[in-house]
Write a protein of this length. Structure first.
Length: 328
């Protein structure tokens, strides 16, 4: 969305409002001029919006709080989504009432979410299908990532990254299966670096216990800041994980990815294109959606995760490497 705005209105100032993690993800983005961290306090955010003189505000997901803050700030044009083709618990009664004060744009569940977000820019006469992701990292992060690669003898070598945990734990693929995938990659002479944050300790530890003394599988969990993680992932040949935030960092840097999507809708969010593959088991319908990750059948969601086998993931990896002529 940021790049689409800048292409049409080069002098526009783009301010993003969100959480502190996304602030780090978007750090050094060439098309983001300002980032405002919101802690959920409506009046405080209204003051920040008013102070910045924001004239056009898009709310990408239904949020009564965000809409109230924008309205209290007196933003001239507020644009919000109306969810179609499904039910979203985020469309609360308060949100539905407040959105009558805003410009309402359809967001169709089951369609590619990044393209749906771009529709929020159409009142600005911005109509585009370009959903290319763009992020960046600092020089300091690049140097620190290079130092890690040097310390582990990976400078100018190709390697894979595995993230064995997801933010929403219902999507976690079993750690022992990630271990088998890592062993396969090592057998193909592709070193593996395992990443994770403080909330991923259990999954990373479980995976590392299974691989044991297998060489060329490096535990890099909690070694990087988000900025450094971006710089590190940008050097990889391949990224493998359940559907989780870092896989979209890999996508933004055009790194080949294999996304074990488990219970999520395969059409809404996973990376798309010839350099990306999804792995999903047979099912009647997905359980989790971008606009509804709250109400679902937990047993069926886990079945959809557990039904993905190691051979399915290995086949996707080998096909991806072969089709893209990614030599090891």
């Amino acid at each position: 969305m940021f790049s689409a705005i800048k292409r049409t209105y080069p002098s526009a100032q783009v301010c993003v409002i969100g959480n502190s993690i996304n602030k780090e993800v978007l750090g050094d983005h060439p098309d983001v001029d300002d980032y405002c961290v919101w802690n959920g306090a409506i009046r405080e955010m209204a003051r920040e919006i008013r102070r910045r003189g924001i004239e056009y505000l898009c709310i990408t997901g239904p949020s009564a709080g965000a809409l109230a803050a924008a309205y209290l700030a007196g933003v001239p044009r507020i644009v919000v989504p109306v969810i179609e083709n499904g039910l979203s618990p985020y469309e609360t009664r308060a949100y539905k009432l407040l959105r009558l004060l805003a410009v309402r744009i359809p967001h169709c569940m089951g369609h590619y979410a990044p393209r749906e977000y771009l529709r929020l820019l159409e009142p600005l006469s911005i109509v585009t299908d370009d959903t290319t992701k763009r992020i960046n990292y600092s020089d300091a992060a690049r140097k620190n990532a290079a130092e890690f690669l040097r310390a582990h003898h990976l400078i100018e070598k190709k390697f894979a990254v595995i993230s064995p945990s997801a933010g929403n734990k219902i999507k976690n693929w079993p750690a022992d299966r990630f271990a088998r995938v890592a062993e396969h990659l090592v057998s193909r002479d592709l070193p593996v670096v395992v990443i994770g944050g403080p909330r991923d300790k259990e999954e990373v530890a479980a995976m590392m216990r299974v691989v044991g003394t297998v060489g060329n599988i490096i535990d890099a969990s909690e070694k990087f800041s988000i900025d450094e993680l971006k710089a590190f992932i940008a050097q990889a040949l391949l990224f493998v994980s359940s559907d989780t935030g870092p896989i979209y960092i890999a996508e933004a840097f055009n790194i080949a990815t294999v996304d074990i999507i488990g219970p999520i809708d395969e059409n809404e969010q996973p990376p798309v294109g010839s350099r990306h593959k999804i792995v999903v088991a047979p099912r009647q319908k997905p359980q989790l959606f971008v606009m509804n990750a709250r109400f679902y059948d937990a047993r069926e969601a886990r079945r959809q995760v557990e039904a993905v086998t190691v051979p399915m993931v290995i086949e996707a990896i080998d096909e991806l490497l072969r089709e893209n002529r990614l030599t090891i």
